[in-house]
Design a protein around this ligand. Sequence first.
Ligand SMILES: [Zn+2]
Length: 97
Amino acid sequence: MKLPVCQYCGEEWSFWETFKQCYNLRRLKKCPYCKQHHHISQQTRHYVGILSLIWPAPMILTSFFVSTSTSITITFTVISVVTLIIPFCLRLTRKNL
Ligand SMILES: [Zn+2]
């Protein structure tokens, strides 16, 4: 897994910059180095959609077999891991595809 690379200046974005860009609501993502705007690739939207479906799964699956506190702990852990993985899935394009 790699962090996104700017399509204009070729710089690799830092984890925290990518994290902030992933969770802001703007459609266009601005490069922290050259300030050019990028679109999120179709592949990224596909991955994030799949990961978003995974989030509630641990709570549903574990609620039948373990205690509520364990289920909440597992769910919180999975959500935290997915939240940290999403920046590594971000890929940028110059055009909105
Ligand atoms: Zn750039």
